[in-house]
Structure formats: structure tokens, C-alpha cells
Design a protein around this ligand. Structure first.
Ligand code: ADP
Ligand code: MG
Length: 146
């Protein structure tokens, strides 16, 4: 089901992040698709701010997994930020402990899910980002059950 379809700039990204937080419901895994520079990390950072993360948010390109303490989550106190960009196989992700995290019931924000779709839970919100102009991005959100 299509949950959201919106074009935004850096000026109104925080409003988009608030709308996003409001539709998350009982989903725990949010995947972020889009080319390099599409704005995945920037949107994740805005969403983390809505959820009360104080620590800086940046792509875990090398560490693969970041963990942030979040004061205003609907459930729990932790957000996991995963970046699958550098994975060469799903097995590598499993070795890094990603599968355990993705099925833990904690909030997981995942960049580059396409690099290891085998380990991504079927039930998730699938966010796709596209560059529109110098300062604008298009976001679609689809709920996936399988
Ligand atoms: P990704 O994680 O998809 O590679 P980033 O979020 O790291 O992308 O980078 C997006 C870049 O585009 C940043 O330099 C950011 O400042 C810029 N940008 C311009 N407009 C927007 C926008 N509306 N939303 C997000 N990023 C934007
Ligand atoms: Mg990124």
C-alpha cells in the first residue's frame, strides 16, 4: 500500500520526518532506497531527531551498524542504523549480526537494502528517494508485508 508520496527540500525536511514518524505505526524496519546523494542519510537524521536522538547521525559505511539512544520512540530506547552498501553477500551481513538486529523488534533504519535483500524482513516500510532538483527530493513510502 502506498503510504506517502511527497517532494521536499532541506527547508521542510523536518516536517516530512514528523509525517513519517506518524505513519510508522507498528513497523520496526524502514528501508531506504536511492542512489548515492539521494538523501537517505539526511532523512534518517531528520527522523532520528524527531525520535529524540541527540548524538550525531552519519552513514555507518565502514562500521556497517550504528546504534543511537532515542528518547521519544513509540517503543523502546534504541535505533539501529544499518548501511548495506559495502556488503558483498548476505552472509557477510549475517556475520556482522545484522539479521539478529533486523528481527530484534527494535527500530531499524536500513540504507541500501538491495545489497542483501535476503536478510531484510518482509514486513517493512519501503522508502524510495529520488533527486528532483538541486535542493529537492521525492519520497515514496510503501508498506510491504512480504
Ligand atoms: P545518501 O545517504 O542517499 O547517499 P546523503 O543524505 O548523504 O545521501 O546526501 C544527500 C545530499 O544532498 C546532502 O549533501 C544534502 O545536503 C543534499 N540535499 C539537498 N537537498 C536535499 C533534500 N531535500 N533532502 C536531503 N538531502 C538534500
Ligand atoms: Mg548514506
Amino acid at each position: 500500500m502506498n503510504m506517502m508520496d511527497i517532494t521536499y527540500s532541506r527547508q521542510n525536511i523536518q516536517i516530512v520526518a514528523e509525517q513519517l514518524a506518524a505513519i510508522v505505526a507498528d513497523y520496526r524496519v524502514l528501508t531506504f532506497e536511492g542512489d548515492l546523494g539521494a538523501g537517505k542519510t539526511t532523512l534518517i537524521s531528520a527522523l532520528c531527531r524527531v525520535w529524540g536522538v541527540i548524538d550525531p547521525v552519519s552513514s555507518p559505511t565502514y562500521s556497517l551498524i550504528n546504534k543511537y539512544e532515542a528518547k521519544s520512540l513509540p517503543v523502546g530506547n534504541w535505533i539501529y542504523h544499518l548501511d548495506l552498501y559495502r556488503l558483498k553477500s548476505a552472509a557477510e551481513g549475517i556475520d556482522a549480526g545484522m539479521e539478529d538486529i533486523l528481527y530484534s523488534g527494535e527500530f531499524c533504519l536500513v540504507e541500501w537494502p538491495s545489497k542483501a535483500l535476503e536478510i531484510i524482513p518482509g514486513r517493512r516500510l519501503e522508502l524510495s528517494l529520488r533527486v528532483c532538483g538541486h535542493d529537492t527530493r521525492h519520497l515514496t513510502v510503501i508498506s510491504r508485508e512480504k
